[in-house]
Design a protein around this ligand. Structure first.
Ligand code: ATP
Ligand code: MG
Length: 506
């Protein structure tokens, strides 16, 4: 055979092989890795796979389909410890990404795919749910009717939250954002509310500290922690909040109330941006992909209160956003502000001057919670916001040292007292009836002349006195969540008598 004939034969064989190859291989459910890096795979084949579908690699690593291109698919990997490399086979599973749900996760620290991270025994799951779903529509919901007590005075009195509401906690780094969420979880003890804390992109040490605190305060029995630490791949951080809300939805559909904290969504947005840049999606403002609003809106829309026909459960969401230099008009903060039903704004300057929790009442708002605030709380805090605003305005004016008239001096003194009383230590959430009694003290104007350092002690002593001698007053508040004129006269008299007695003693 001549050299030319040999060449012709080889090329025709090759051609035949190529034609038969595409016939033999079913590329609809199997694909081949073209490239892999940074937790992202580009795969040829998998023609029929769905967006969000779970796929499996040769080494049993799992991944999720995130890009459907004309001749390839983009897949994100769920584990950094893998042996995935080019030319390997990828298989469809015909299922979208799911997470395990149910009471088994209570008291546990898990990753977003349900694997335990607390070193305790393996969890036997009975039920799985897809992480993405369309939120309940208007007809399936009802308005919020029950308060979610945080136990934090400023919030419960002035920015009340209802069960089923979405309230954003926003502020610079190290201003006490996590602490507010943590105290709220601690305050749900014996209140019939399950809690989920989703840690996104945090240091493992912070999460360990948080879990220890929850354990110390005996709150793990109704709490689940979902941890996607900063060391994890971005896809894991990306799915973490959706996994959390999926677990919450299961409980909500059983008629339970659930509180979910996303700490924090700024890091979540950054993870999504990284993913999209690696997947070569086109970018928009601040290099975030165009659908970054939808990223958070479809998540937070899933929090609601269901109608009575659907057992009336609820999901209350407390997303957290970190700002840079107090700039709440940046891209992600404005997005999430517009999605939520209000925000709690934490101020760095207040935090540094030891006014903690450092909530700026002027910039904070709750759009739905006041509808279900306890009437007694509403009555005692009616003028609180105005008094604080007046005080803040006059404070700047008074710092010039000019002579003050009587009324201004009085407003300033009262403002100082209010600021002092609204300070609260971490891990010490208060029951609502104690807040009502404290506000009665403030509104009586009796304590305005007292030394500010002694005020809290005086109130604590007074409360113990009421608990001992006038228990019926507290029981009345717990039972009615409201008070009438008779009650208010009686309580005012008790406070006045106690105050007179103390002043005489001194
Ligand atoms: P990061 O931006 O790092 O997530 P953060 O805004 O979540 O910070 P925290 O971790 O909640 O802030 O709080 C920072 C520190 O301030 C903690 O040590 C916490 O104990 C303390 N702190 C928070 N709230 C109060 C408070 N009301 N009184 C006293 N200390 C507080
Ligand atoms: Mg924090």
């Amino acid at each position: 055979m001549t050299e030319q004939n040999k060449k012709n034969l080889t090329s025709s064989l090759l051609q035949e092989e190529i034609i038969n190859y595409s016939k033999k291989t079913d590329t609809s459910s199997v694909g081949k890795i073209i490239s892999v890096g940074d937790g992202i795979c580009t795969v040829y084949g998998l023609d029929k796979c769905m967006l969000g579908e779970l796929v499996e690699f040769e080494d049993k690593t799992k991944g999720m389909v995130m890009n459907l291109n004309e001749d390839s698919v983009g897949i994100v990997l769920f584990s950094s410890k893998n042996n995935v490399c080019e030319n390997q086979i990828v298989k469809r599973t015909n299922e979208v990404v799911k997470v395990p749900v149910g009471d088994e996760v209570l008291g546990r620290v898990i990753d977003p795919l349900g694997n335990p991270m607390d070193g305790l025994k393996k969890i036997e799951y009975k039920k799985y749910r897809p992480i993405e779903r369309v939120a309940y529509g208007v007809m399936e919901r009802k308005s919020v009717t029950t308060p979610l007590e945080t136990g934090i005075k400023i919030i419960d009195l002035m920015i009340p939250i209802g069960r089923g509401q979405r309230e954003l906690i926003i502020g610079d780094r190290q201003t006490g954002k996590t602490q507010i969420a943590l105290d709220t979880i601690i305050n749900q003890k014996n209140k019939n509310c399950y809690c989920i804390y989703v840690a996104i992109g945090q240091k493992d040490s912070s999460v360990v500290r948080l879990v220890e605190q929850l354990k110390k305060h005996d709150c793990l029995s109704y709490t689940t922690i979902i941890n996607a630490p900063s060391s994890e791949l971005d896809p894991i951080k990306y799915i973490a909040p959706y996994a959390g809300v999926t677990i919450a939805e299961e409980w909500m559909e059983q008629g339970k109330d659930v509180l979910i904290v996303y700490d924090d969504l700024s890091k979540h947005a950054v993870s999504y941006r990284t993913l999209c840049l690696l997947l070569k999606r086109s970018v928009g403002r601040e290099a975030y992909p165009g659908d970054v609003f939808y990223l958070h809106s479809r998540l937070l829309e899933r929090s609601c209160r269901l109608s009575d026909d659907l057992k009336g459960g609820s999901i209350t969401a407390l997303p957290i956003i970190e700002t840079q230099n107090g700039d709440i008009s940046a891209y992600i903060p404005t997005n999430v502000i517009s999605i939520t039903d209000g925000q709690i704004f934490l101020d760095t300057e207040m935090f540094n001057s030891n006014i903690r929790p450092s909530i700026d009442v002027g910039l904070s708002v709750s759009r739905v919670g006041s509808a279900c605030q306890f009437p007694c709380m509403k009555k005692v805090s009616k003028s609180l916001k105005i008094e604080i605003a007046n005080y803040n305005e006059l404070k700047a004016f008074a710092s010039f040292g000019s002579d003050l008239d009587k009324q201004t001096a009085k407003t300033l003194k009262h403002g100082k007292l209010i600021t002092e009383i609204l300070k609260q230590k971490p891990y010490e959430p208060l029951p609502f009836y104690k807040m009502v009694i404290e506000m009665f003290c403030v509104n009586s104007y009796l304590l305005d002349d007292m030394n500010l350092d002694e005020v809290q002690q005086f109130i604590d002593n007074l409360y113990s006195h009421i608990e001992l001698e006038h228990k019926d007053m507290i029981e009345y508040l717990i039972k009615n969540k409201d008070f009438d004129e008779e009650f208010s006269d009686k309580l005012n008299k008790i406070i006045k008598d106690y105050y007179t007695l103390r002043v005489k003693e001194d």
